[in-house]
Design a protein around this ligand. Structure first.
Ligand code: Z5A
Ligand code: MG
Length: 224
């Protein structure tokens, strides 16, 4: 085994209003503080968010989510996936240089939100095969009642109770499959607690990875 260390790839997934973005930001800050503050490059940690609405593809996704455009279910699925592929080599480069990469949503959201429309799980997964695989996925779980108490649904497409119920079912399937297939670690976190408690639970799972990882960067479902 090579003695060279690389950065860890940590993904935060979860249900609507489970606090993914809140926790991703807290974790980012804590990871940054936990490292030597020296001003040497490379950065110790970077935070990515999917969809990345800033790219050309991301702008098409943004228009779709805000119902300003309509797209075939297959086409929008492929755009979400392409939006990850446009950052795949960047993720790999960060990890190789020792930077920890945090992602707020990833391929699992892609599969969950399209499979719930009735497209096959296998078809939804296919364009994600070969993306950099997370070393750890933190799945923020929350009951519909607690999520509802955090505010009503917004104006974007998918922010509806029936959609979220179906999405929850697909996420359960993905979590089980990830564990059975040994595709990186999938850890479920109770996101119904207060922000500080959830942050502590996340930290317990992430801290062992802070000093870096030995071994190659895996690719999602590459042998499937
Ligand atoms: N989508 C897709 O279809 N295909 C794909 O491949 C991908 C995504 C990647 C937009 O995503 C949509 O794109 C999304 C999935 C689909 N559709 N839906 N639904 P997005 O990531 O941009 O969605 P978002 O707007 O960020 O919503 P979110 O991710 O569901 O929210 P969150 O990040 O999980 O929660 P939050 O913003 O951190 O917190 C929500 C509120 O709760 C906020 O007021 C917080 O202050 C509060 N909060 C947070 N934590 C707590 C705790 N512990 N206690 C109390 N209150 C809390
Ligand atoms: Mg969010």
């Amino acid at each position: 085994m090579s003695s060279t260390k690389r950065g860890a790839f940590v993904v935060i997934e979860g249900l609507d209003k489970s606090g993914k973005s809140t926790q991703a930001s807290l974790l980012h800050d804590r990871l940054q503080d936990s490292q030597d503050a020296g001003d040497t490059a490379p950065p110790k940690v970077v935070l990515l968010k999917f969809p990345d609405r800033t790219t050309a593809i991301g702008k098409m996704i943004d228009a779709y989510l805000r119902s300003e455009s309509d797209l075939d279910d297959h086409a929008i699925h492929l755009l979400f996936s392409a939006n990850r592929w446009e950052l795949a080599s960047t993720i790999t480069a960060y990890l190789t240089q020792g930077t920890t990469v945090l992602a707020d949503r990833y391929a699992f959201s892609g599969i969950a939100f399209t499979a719930r429309k009735g497209l096959s799980y296998e078809w939804c997964r296919a364009p994600e095969v070969g993306l950099p695989a997370p070393d750890l996925t933190l799945f923020l779980n929350i009951s519909p009642e607690v999520a509802a108490a955090r505010g009503g649904y917004g104006l974007e497409r998918y922010e509806r109770e029936d959609v979220q119920t179906d999405v929850r079912r697909v996420f359960d399937k993905i979590g089980r499959a990830m564990q059975e297939e040994g595709e990186g670690k999938w850890v479920e976190i109770d996101a119904g607690k207060n922000k500080e408690e959830v942050a502590e639970d996340l930290w317990r799972a992430v801290e062992p990875l802070v000093t870096g990882i030995h071994g190659p960067i895996n690719r999602l479902w590459e042998t499937a």
